[in-house]
Structure formats: C-alpha cells, structure tokens
Design a protein around this ligand. Structure first.
Ligand code: GLN
Length: 190
C-alpha cells in the first residue's frame, strides 16, 4: 500500500488531458499534468489520454519522451484511453505505426467507420452497467494470453488490463462514473 494519496500523471502534450485530471481527482487521487521526463519521475502512475495518436507520437519524439515513457511502463502502471490505448498496444493497424508495445494487443485505428464514428454505448463493467463514449475509437482485434478483458462492446474488448497496465477504447473521463479510474488507481498499491 502507498499510504500517501497516489499521484497520477496525465500526459499533457495533446488531447483531452484536462478531463482526465478532473476524473482522477474525483476518483480520490492527485492529478499532475506531465510534459517532461522530470515530471514523469514524480508520479506513481500515468494516464495517456485520447487525442490523435499520430500527433502524440510525433510530440513524444520531439520532446524526447518516448524512451522515458517506455522505461516508466517497465515499473509503473499506465492507463491508455483511445489514442492512449493505441500507443500502449504491441501492434497497430490501419495504418501500422510505432507504439510503446506495453500490452499484448492488436488494435485497428478508426475502426468503427467514418459515418457514425462517435457514439455513447451501454456496456457492463464487472457486472455494473456503464456508459461508454466512443470518439473515432480503435477496435481491439487481438488480445494476448496475458490480457484480461474487463468489458466488451459488440463482441470486441473495450476495456482490458495486462498486469499493471490498462486500456480503454472509450473515454471514461467523459462520464460521471469514477469506477474505471478507481480500478486503475488501485493498481498503484499492488
Ligand atoms: N482516432 C484517434 C487515433 O487514431 C483516436 C481517437 C481518440 O483518442 N478519441 O489516434
């Protein structure tokens, strides 16, 4: 157990990091915006928010953060939502792009198609009904044997964990429930 209030960083290069900060605070942890390797050193866990994964990758390169992030993930929990999930996956399709590869997943970008690419869906998280906001979301096409699927939508995983890491293809920071963020925060003390 960490006996101080856990400090959860939110990668704040691009995307909806502010909503994640508010959700983390609602879930009972301290949220810290992270833009540098020094700031990354100060947090117990990290959220990579939704946004545009190609842009985030470019910015990670410019800021010299790719390597520090991958080292961070070797010891501490990372939760990737939507674009963040794409960055955590081992394999990215449509098109293929670089990623941190911290979870044994294959994800297909923008996989719900162009016409109706954003929606609010009803899913079940650990037996509890929840709302999931999808925005130009990826679909998880393959999960490795070490991945634990926590929720599905239309027959594919939308919330999954592998050891200390977790991904959601939807945006839990945009709904009132704090269940998903709390589940992630609990990983810090394990
Ligand atoms: N379509 C975006 C991507 O491929 C992800 C969208 C999101 O994060 N809401 O990076």
């Amino acid at each position: 157990m960490v006996n101080h209030k856990p400090k959860v960083g939110v990668l704040a290069l691009q995307g909806d990091f502010e909503a994640h900060c508010r959700a983390i605070e609602r879930a009972g942890a301290t949220a810290v915006e992270v833009r540098t390797a020094g700031e990354l050193d100060e947090v117990d866990a990290l959220v990579i928010p939704g946004g545009e994964s190609t842009t985030m990758l470019k910015l990670l390169g410019i800021e010299g953060l790719f390597e520090p992030l991958s080292n961070f993930g070797a010891h501490k929990p990372i939760f990737g939502t939507c674009a963040g999930a794409i960055l955590l996956a081992k394999e990215v399709l449509s098109p293929a792009q670089a990623s941190l590869g911290l979870m044994d997943l294959t994800v297909e970008r923008n996989a719900y198609g162009r016409q109706i690419d954003s929606r609010i869906a009803h899913i079940n998280v650990a037996g509890h009904p929840a709302e999931a906001v999808f925005i130009r979301a990826p679909i998880i096409r393959r999960v490795g044997p070490q991945v634990n699927v926590l929720a599905e939508y239309q027959g594919t995983p939308v919330l999954a964990e592998q050891g200390r890491h977790m991904v959601a293809t939807f945006h839990p920071e945009l709904t009132n429930s704090t269940a998903v963020h709390r589940h992630f925060i609990e990983k810090i003390s394990k």
